[in-house]
Ligand binder design. Structure first.
Ligand code: ADP
Ligand code: ASP
Ligand code: MG
Length: 404
């Protein structure tokens, strides 16, 4: 008897026919005493479509109302899948995130799961049901619905698997696993058999959209083995786990990630005195905006002024503009420029810790391809460069060819 959590993403549940196909596959592979929880996303591109509807009403971000709207996407899918499973002869019940006991903080649009009270899920499983849970949503202590950030159904699935102490969490998607680069951009990228939580977290954080970073963090914290695999082909995918089973796998560059959801913010000519950087970043932090790459430049001709350049998610641009507008025109912060035609490209691998020259090889590959680097940042297991968005596909391909 196994307790399995299976998550199906938007493209896997895009139509009633696809929903029927996954219901048939789950039932065909289910042993009589298996206990199954299915987490689903909104159908197809419906989250994007709802975002566009909201934009037609306002260009401001009304977080509470946007979450009220977006949570309906997953709610549609759970009801349709539960009906389909029952139609095929198996008892099933749909539960929203709040009904499944998923409690979050109050951060509209980027909520974090604080706790899960899975009593109702267990009761429904004990009654013989396949339990279908809405991904991407939970309930805050003030009674509001909260979404977990784009791709958040992955986090629902892994967190539920942890809370239920499931044997495995399977992430079914439209590719066959985790690849050495986005297979839609690099056709010769290869599927990895396995990857550690640490490397997967870095790949995801740096833009590999196949898993939401929070989901990988949850998997690592609660020791949930995650199997990323294809919805459409019945073949093995990639295991995300604590350590490699093949010893030499730890000593290499594992992949290339890219992220086009990036905006560069240049705050030019600010007072070069203690407290200026704090003033800028504190105001962004108070608006819940994560800042990523940061450089402060030195002006040889006028050391009373300096330029601070950093990146944020493009999704946070309206809030950042609003937060920083308070400073524009102030003597302390004369000019703020926002540029969204940029992308971040990164190499990831625990192997780079003991291998000199990785940065030089990466910059060499970009230089040979005529791609200019705007900002560089590093972590223990990654090196990232900010480049022009128009160059991103060429950059991923040439860096992949260099290292993999
Ligand atoms: P789902 O709707 O199932 O959650 P997503 O679109 O969120 O699917 O994630 C799957 C997509 O992630 C793939 O179609 C692929 O283009 C993209 N992707 C980006 N980087 C990678 C990678 N390294 N390996 C596999 N897929 C990747
Ligand atoms: N429907 C949400 C999104 O499109 C959550 C998810 O698919 O994981 O981001
Ligand atoms: Mg996803």
């Amino acid at each position: 008897m196994a307790l399995q959590v299976k998550k199906f993403g938007g493209s896997s549940v895009a139509t009633p026919e696809k929903i029927k196909r996954i219901a048939e596959r789950v039932l065909a592979q289910k042993a009589p005493d298996d206990r199954i929880v299915i987490v689903v996303s909104a159908m197809g591109d419906s989250t994007d479509e709802m975002m566009s509807l909201a934009r037609q009403c306002t260009h401001r971000v009304y977080g509470r109302e946007l979450d009220m709207l977006l949570t309906t996407g997953e709610q549609t899918t759970i009801a349709l899948l539960a009906m389909t499973l029952m139609e095929l002869g198996h008892p099933a019940i749909s539960l929203t995130g709040p009904q499944a006991g998923i409690q979050t903080d109050r951060a509209y649009g980027k909520g974090r799961i604080l706790a899960i009270q899975p009593d109702r899920v267990f009761e429904a499983l004990d009654a013989g049901n396949i339990v279908v849970v809405a991904g991407f949503q939970g309930l805050a202590d003030n009674g509001d619905l909260i979404t977990l950030g784009r791709g958040g159904s992955d986090t629902t699935a892994v967190a539920l698997a942890g809370a239920l102490q499931a044997d495995v969490c399977e992430i079914f998607t439209d590719v066959e696993g985790v690849y050495s680069a986005d297979p839609r951009v690099v056709p010769n990228a290869f599927k990895m058999q396995e990857i550690t939580y640490g490397e997967m977290l870095e790949m995801a954080r740096l833009g590999a959209g196949v898993m939401q970073p929070r989901a990988v963090e949850m998997g690592s914290r609660y020791h949930v083995p995650i199997h990323v695999r294809s919805t459409f082909a019945d073949v093995g995918g990639t295991m995300i786990q604590e350590a490699y089973t093949v010893e030499d796998q730890g000593n290499r560059i594992c992949g290339v990630a890219h992220d086009t959801n990036v905006t560069k913010v240049a705050v030019l000519g600010v007072d070069n005195r203690p407290g200026t950087a704090h003033m800028i970043f504190d105001c962004l932090a108070k608006s819940g905006i994560d800042v990523d790459m940061i450089v402060q430049s030195i002006r040889e001709s006028d050391d009373s002024r300096t330029d601070i350049v950093f990146t944020i998610s493009e999704t946070d641009l309206p809030q950042a503009q609003e937060a920083l507008a308070a400073f524009t025109g102030e003597e302390a912060l004369p000019t703020i420029l926002f540029t969204s035609h940029v992308a971040k490209i990164s190499v990831v691998g625990a192997g780079m810790l003991g291998t000199p020259g990785v940065a030089a090889r990466m910059f060499g590959a970009l230089g040979a391809a005529g791609i200019n680097i705007q900002i560089i940042s590093t972590s223990e297991i990654s090196i990232s460069c900010l480049i022009d968005e128009a160059d991103v596909e060429k950059a991923v391909a040439c860096i992949h060819d260099t290292f993999l």
